[in-house]
Design a protein around this ligand. Sequence first.
Ligand SMILES: Cc1cc2nc3c(=O)[nH]c(=O)nc-3n(C[C@H](O)[C@H](O)[C@H](O)COP(=O)(O)OP(=O)(O)OC[C@H]3O[C@@H](n4cnc5c(N)ncnc54)[C@H](O)[C@@H]3O)c2cc1C
Length: 429
Amino acid sequence: MPAKTGIQRGVRRNLYERPWIPAFAGMTKEGSLPKPANTTDEVHMPDPQLSAAETAAIEAATAFSRDVIAPNARAWELQRAMSREVMTQAAEAGLCRLLVPRDMGGEGLSLTAMSKVMEALSYGDFAAAFALVVHNNFCRSLAANGSPKLLERYLASSCAAQTIGSFLLTEPQSGSDAANLKTVAVRDGEDWVINGEKAWVTNSDKADVLAVYLQTDPSEGWRGIACVLVDRDTPGVDLIGPYELMGGHAMAAGGFTFKDVRVARSQTMIATGDGFKAAMGGIDVARVVVGAMCSGMLKCALDVAYPYALKRQAFGQAIADFQGIQWQLADVATDLHAIDLMVAHAAGAIDAGENVPLPAAHAKKFATRAAQTGLSQCMQVMGADGYKHDFPLARHLACVKAGHYMDGTTEIQNVVISRSMRRQFGDEG
Ligand SMILES: Cc1cc2nc3c(=O)[nH]c(=O)nc-3n(C[C@H](O)[C@H](O)[C@H](O)COP(=O)(O)OP(=O)(O)OC[C@H]3O[C@@H](n4cnc5c(N)ncnc54)[C@H](O)[C@@H]3O)c2cc1C
């Protein structure tokens, strides 16, 4: 019997087998690929300092990814929809109250723990994970900003996913230039009357309540922006879509039009003057989470591509024995390690209370780029098979492209980085 090659001995642990996540143990995933035999060569990240509750949330996310997301994500993509029931199941697993403080009935996760939760969910499907990110952010914002009346009306039901939330900032004419809002709310006695159009609303098909960022006083620019909660079934609210996308349909991105929509002013979640700052307030956190989600997809891609390369024969040997294949996957492993370090660094800094747009911008920019290249390389290693929906790589590749736009495009990360560089090199202008 020939001696095993270094590659055969050094197969990395897949995400569902991380030692600090007991729920992953013994798991096989989509495609029933062979279970790694030996784990001694894996690069170990330092164990994050997590509370017992945080570890439990990561375990719950891991089990949910393995049992609900991974087995169904292909069908959601091909049918172009994920059912509402999935959100209910996620809530039952505690995955819809992750960012709500513990004294308000939530899990109160640190960003380090939230990143691990979203990495685990995205390993199964980025789009389903992003649907949960947006809903969790809605719950966080409600808990932080809602009046007692709004909290009573929406918080418990949102944490249980009986009410599904959404975030409506982007408009057809305004994405990166996010303060340039044309959706207006005009005061009429005790009501707002809202007119305008919103674009790229995640969860558009299942949202019950829309957190609409709108202009209440155009002469004030960004200072005129407020956020009003609008029930989806209010007369004058109409859905556009969901859109047909390159992929990631579980996100159900779509638009809404508002025509003379009358809403009580007590539905104002964030007052005029504070709306834009609040919308931008969590942006660094969101960027780090997208970076972690890219890590999840890339780990999945390596876990699929490497065993495939060990099995697939060409010219009388496993393709994993070609140095060209080994080096492609080695490059992916290096980028993956760098993503994890950058995400852990940015998340740790934010958890420590630092105001750190720069590490978050670096992490998001690098993670989206490296994951896009790495996913493509893993697909290439699998030949034409990698291009089929029999494997999750095509779905992940479509989603990583979406990751380049959401929560600030790659170019906007460069704007943040360039501003910092100009300050660093002495130009305050
Ligand atoms: C799948 C998905 C889900 C989303 N979900 C939501 C959601 O739930 N809620 C929501 O409000 N939004 C959501 N978005 C919208 C997202 O936030 C916007 O796509 C993003 O802000 C970019 O805006 P834009 O697409 O209009 O691009 P634009 O702002 O029109 O940019 C076009 C191009 O110009 C570049 N550019 C713009 N400004 C500069 C500059 N200063 N310097 C250099 N280049 C620049 C951009 O990087 C980009 O390449 C989602 C997007 C996607 C893809």
